[in-house]
Design a binder for this molecule. Structure first.
Ligand SMILES: Cc1ncc(COP(=O)(O)O)c(C=O)c1O
Length: 401
């Protein structure tokens, strides 16, 4: 056990930069042009080529990218935007930035993405955009979501922040929607500290996105530019992406084999026509209620980057403020008469999301450098902790999905 503690304390850190990244940063410093120049343009072109899309627009982060996507699509006051209830806050706070109304959708237990049937129930004449989120690099139901979007002529935004390189039927995540957005924040697969990329095949949107990004439109525009430093690092990250994704894929497979004989834990793998990139591995653990915080504390104390899946967005304080924000609450606006009118978001019911986010699903980060030694030490430690907390194997969730 002492040996395991030593191995876990050496869990690989991320990002892992080398001489190429140092040289790239030096190149930018020497150029004396730190924004809106060649590095950003090259990175945008490389990114478009990688995805197989026509246009990419570099921004300061994905939160800005999601905001610009809604602004470019003309989403605003009185409009509803459907979004998965299981994501980082940015996937939904961008809706408030346009003073529009979020309509949260419960998730599909198979892939943590938006449930298309729930989406269908939520569509209204006011729905002006759909934001489909790829969670942890597990491809979502974006094919079905796109069909619904097309049927109702609603623009589709993909929040592909976790998923660069993942695909469905060989079509890459981030190429299904009208606009897709990727995060390049420090923890992400392409890690630039802070950064974001917006991609689209529509020239009209690409033009508008570029204008809105940098003080360039008659309507309210922003300074949401990407720096040359981020772009220089992003170009290298993009070159390494497929190889590094394959290392994460190998880790996911290896961990699922190591834990295969344990019936209280399941490593989620992506099967069928989809390819997952395991930005983090999703682990389902059959823990008795209330014990997940203890488990996480122990694991984090040992240096293992493990977290609970996101908190359900409908509970977030942005949608349940104690006092009225300066911009008002868009769902309480006198001109809005839709189904979210005066709703208490925290009281809405999203059973799958509730269960998955509250101690059933955990994220484990296996960035490159994670090897068999780490994964076996992790599995032994997880087992030890599990049986310490759950000696009688209390089973509250006997059926895996
Ligand atoms: C799914 C998702 N979307 C958007 C974001 C926002 O990314 P950024 O930090 O680049 O603004 C994050 C950040 O973690 C995320 O996880």
């Amino acid at each position: 056990m002492l040996l395991d503690e030593a191995i876990l304390s050496a869990w690989p850190r991320w990002p892992s930069y080398g001489p190429r990244e140092v040289e790239a940063v030096r190149r930018v410093i020497k150029s004396n042009q730190l924004f809106a120049a060649g590095e950003v343009r090259c990175f945008e072109n490389d990114f478009s080529t990688y995805l197989g899309v026509d246009f990419s627009v570099g921004v300061g982060n994905a939160t800005q990218g999601l905001h610009l996507a809604l602004a470019a699509l003309g989403v605003g006051e009185g409009d509803e935007v459907a979004v998965s209830n299981c994501s980082w806050i940015s996937s939904a706070s961008c809706i408030l930035m346009q003073n529009a109304i979020p309509v949260f959708i419960d998730i599909d237990p198979k892939n943590f993405g938006m449930d298309p049937l729930k989406l269908l129930e939520a569509i209204s004449p006011r729905t002006k955009a759909i934001i489909d989120v790829n969670i942890l690099g597990y491809p979502s139901n974006v094919v079905q979501v796109k069909e619904i979007a097309e049927r109702f002529k609603i623009p589709l935004i993909e929040d592909a922040s976790h998923g660069p390189g993942s695909s469905i039927n060989r079509k890459k995540t981030g190429t299904f929607g009208d606009i897709s957005v990727f995060s390049l924040q420090q923890r992400k697969a392409i890690s630039t500290g802070d950064g974001g990329m917006i991609s689209t095949n529509r020239e009209d949107l690409a033009t508008k996105l570029s204008q809105l990004r940098s003080f360039g439109n008659e309507e309210l525009s922003y300074n949401y530019r990407m720096s040359e430093f981020s772009a220089a690092l992003g170009r290298i990250g993009l070159e390494k992406l497929d190889f590094e994704n394959s290392m994460r894929q190998s880790s996911a497979l290896m961990l699922s084999e190591i834990l295969a004989s344990e019936d209280w834990v399941r490593v989620r793998l992506v099967n069928g026509d989809a390819v997952g990139v395991y930005y983090a591995i999703a682990l389902e653990i059959n823990l008795p209620d209330g014990l997940c915080e203890d488990l996480l504390k122990e694991m984090l104390g040992r240096g293992v980057p493990m977290r609970k899946l996101f908190s359900p967005l409908n509970k977030h304080s942005h949608f349940n403020p104690k006092s009225k924000p300066a911009r008002g609450l868009p769902w309480n606006h006198p001109n809005y008469h839709g189904s979210m009118q005066s709703v208490q978001y925290k009281d809405l019911n999203f059973p799958i999301c509730e269960e998955f986010c509250n101690g059933r699903v955990f994220e484990l980060y296996v960035h490159p450098g994670t090897d068999e030694l780490h994964l076996k030490a992790f599995a032994r430690t997880l087992k030890e902790l599990y049986f310490r907390y759950s000696p009688d194997k209390v089973s509250r969730r006997p059926n895996w999905v």
